[in-house]
Write a protein that binds this ligand. Sequence first.
Ligand SMILES: [Zn+2]
Ligand SMILES: [Zn+2]
Length: 332
Amino acid sequence: MPRLGSWIEPSPEGIFVRPADAWVDPSEPKARALITHGHADHARGGHGEVWATPETLAIMGVRYGEQTGHPVAYDESFRVGEVEARFVPAGHVLGSAQIVLEHKGERVVVSGDYKRRPDPTCAPFVPVPCDIFITEATFGLPVFRHPDTGAEIDRLLHRLHADPSRCVLVGAYALGKAQRVISELRARGHHEPIYYHGAMERLCTLYEELGVPLGELRHCAGATKAEIAGHIVICPPGALNDRWSRRLPDPVTAMASGWMRIRQRARQRNVELPLVISDHADWDELTQTIREVAPKEVWITHGREDALMHWCMTRQIKARELNLVGYEDEDD
Ligand SMILES: [Zn+2]
Ligand SMILES: [Zn+2]
């Protein structure tokens, strides 16, 4: 009998699904690609045919231009070669999907990136029992336990209200994190205009077009320091310490990222107000998810796999690490 999942061939440039003659999230241009979500480490430009959710295709369109795509809604079955496939919500960013692949009586779920906490900007993760669960392990260490998101947002608002002559500048990844922080602020009752860096505009507009309301957003360009004082400003992490921020009224520098759990990372970026808000599963969410999908094998991507491999082994679940290149949401 062939080894479980022998039809799935992980290689450094992605996951090759042989009977579909297609790749999942390849890092090089391929003739046929199935894409879990729009982040640049998963979705590249230049593929021939692309299968993805309509939202992911729209995000790829903004980043790479019009895609030759097959938009497939969540839970709709489709066939690629000899493989039956379907996208299921991953709860990571708008349009993010796990890919459920079935072939010869085996079910493999490629989860892409995921989280289990509620996120007002995307559909919640759905656990799908499977034979092989391919999971990320971005925060795959027991020290990573993300705090309550609402409490982090409250800290941000508290700091904002403490000094109306300043602004709070929040560094947030342009796809997903920025819109989530804005939505979470609205959910906590903050309905003031929020200013943004020009690099945020296209994706914020797209989110709104796809049905995620973000409230009143204003461009920083053209606004005076006096107008921006007392407001929240969102920018890509790379703009936190560059010349651009000099136009702002004495900004309190904040960053929304799972990595803010590590003080050294906050210091490296001169972040005064680290906000631990992540779009990835923390340790408890990773292990809870593996329990729920109850796989025979777990294959692990995104580094930091040792602790999770050990956790699986002590529970008689076979685990292996996949050395895929370039998977790292540095700014999560
Ligand atoms: Zn991602
Ligand atoms: Zn990723």
